[in-house]
Ligand binder design. Sequence first.
Ligand code: SAM
Ligand code: SF4
Ligand code: SF4
Length: 381
Amino acid sequence: MSERNIIAIHDVGSRGLAMPVPAPAERVGAVQHDRLGRVLHDLRISVTDRCNFRCSYCMPKEVFDKNHRFLPQQQLLTFEEITRVARLFVELGVRKIRLTGGEPLLRRHIEDLVAQLAALRTPEGEGLDLTLTTNGSLLARKALALRQAGLRRVTVSLDAMDDAIFRRMNDVDFPVAAVLDGIEAAREAGLGPIKVNMVVKRGSNDHEILPMVRHFRERYSGAVVLRFIEYMDVGATNGWRMDEVLPSDEVRRRIDAEYPLVPLEAAQPGETAQRWAFADGRGEVGFISSVTQAFCGDCNRIRLSTEGQLFTCLFAERGHDLRSLLREAQPDGQRCSDGQLAAAIGRLWAGRSDRYSELRAQLASTAGRGTRRVEMSYIGG
Ligand code: SAM
Ligand code: SF4
Ligand code: SF4
């Protein structure tokens, strides 16, 4: 079956799998382990499925064109709904929240959501590690307001230093200088440490690896951490091919040849990036190698889609319809209480056994993993 024949999930109008409604008295513990013993820690919230870029590896122009139907406003979770869900997740052990999309800065008044999430407290009274991933196009305009609303740090995606290559990668002719201005504004606003993510696609931008390293080392020393992401087979539309993946080991060798690197310990369990420091002390780089070195073993992440579906894996074929539990009256005529929602989420995590990246090789050799795949722009990276 060709990749192009696979149906992207949000095109088929799926509401996701029904989540059973727990009895009002059902309670869940504060620490949630899934079936593989992984503890829930990290919630990624997609706030819009729209984007002003058309990166070929994520929202190829020929698929996400003027005929593509994005979600109508009333189907999106409201900020109040998102904050309610996030508060329950914090009760269940989540300590890190990342806002993403689509392009999260396109969601109107996003700083109001940031302010609501920044006010959440852990049972120990601490704030959350609250961050956001953006393509940087609107960051120069919004960095200060985001910081004032309580955002702690940002991750900016940037795939090349060369303007022509960057314009080709984003496929909407967006200039690299505007993203660099956004990074500068984020630093001035105190949104640090800033991470910059570069998706490496062999033959498209791999010769930009060293110019990127050079720029961020020289300009920011350790204040900006550059991370290289292996091009992933996420979604159904990007026409992914293994021969376009440049393995992280190869990226690291190329950098090491010019700027010697030494390995660093992971800062936290479940960290997606392998960290390496420049031997001369001028900062570090990270490698996110979901294709060549799966890191499912300690994956502590769950994703909430723009329209309120929960995905227990980036590569899941179906989401779980939390929005119905939030919005609709249940058979007893009542809406779900916070306790019931928390119990439903806790049950979902307890039943989780996803480890797609570890199984990728096997699945690839057994006629694929089905015909429906969720898009990255829909559930967020
Ligand atoms: N629009 C924002 C951005 O680009 O930062 C946030 C959403 S984007 C889906 C989140 C991250 O996923 C970005 O860093 C992007 O580069 C990455 N990404 C998207 N498609 C990918 C793919 N096929 N392989 C690897 N990373 C991908
Ligand atoms: Fe948009 Fe981000 Fe996807 Fe690029 S990676 S198309 S910026 S959502
Ligand atoms: Fe986590 Fe799924 Fe990625 Fe494995 S493939 S690391 S389980 S999101």
